[in-house]
Ligand binder design. Structure first.
Ligand SMILES: Cc1cc2nc3c(=O)[nH]c(=O)nc-3n(C[C@H](O)[C@H](O)[C@H](O)COP(=O)(O)O)c2cc1C
Length: 183
């Protein structure tokens, strides 16, 4: 038997994360925004997209600078992920407020968040999509992952330090359990 899911909740059936922390840099200071709605878009050159609502300060930061970093937090950062996703950075420095460490990126001005396990340095490709749909379509200029958590070209999400956070909507989160290789 299948039950009808309310259309307003339909995206909860496909959007299981991983949750990312998007860092930006605007008017001389960095900001962080928690984002569950993100997806890969292309392999070569690699592209990603994420949705950032226009009522978030990060919308303004990224729309005006054209740069952001996708930081991938592990399970141990769950509390900070929720904190970064609960207050605006318009008047506070979330790095200082929530004890996160900015480190210089190589190709863009927004910083990497040191405590995260992986990072994608991104350049906005289409401002018009951001303005019309809040979609930030970007090219990945540089990608980083913690050495001990990236083997055979994949993130070892089954390791406790690298378990990604997957948002199921509302206050529900899931974490990767088993990983299998199908031959
Ligand atoms: C688990 C979680 C997931 C979220 N996902 C998104 C998202 O996909 N897109 C978005 O615009 N905001 C999302 N938010 C809300 C923003 O992170 C939140 O509004 C934040 O305070 C914006 O910060 P800013 O104003 O400094 O940019 C999420 C929040 C949480 C806690």
């Amino acid at each position: 038997m299948k039950i009808k899911v309310p259309l307003k909740k339909a995206n909860r059936l496909v959007n299981h994360g991983p949750v990312i922390l998007v860092s930006s840099f605007y008017k001389g200071r960095p900001n962080i925004c928690t984002v569950a709605w993100n997806m890969p878009v292309d392999f070569d050159p690699p592209k990603v997209a994420c949705v950032i609502g226009d009522d978030n300060y990060s919308f303004e930061c990224i729309k005006n600078t054209g740069e952001f970093v996708i930081n991938i937090p592990g399970k141990s950062l769950l509390k900070k992920v929720i904190q970064c996703g609960s207050v605006s950075g318009k008047n506070i420095d979330k790095f200082k407020e929530f004890g996160l460490t900015p480190i210089a990126a190589s190709k863009v001005k927004p910083p990497l968040i040191k405590e995260c396990v992986a990072h994608l340095e991104c350049k906005l490709l289409r401002k018009d999509l951001a303005v019309e749909y809040n979609i930030f379509l970007a090219e990945i200029l540089c990608a980083w992952a913690e050495k001990s958590f990236f083997k055979n070209n994949r993130l070892l999400v089954e390791k406790s330090g690298a378990k990604t956070i997957h948002h199921l909507g509302a206050r529900f989160f899931a974490f990767p359990g088993n990983v299998i290789e199908v031959k």
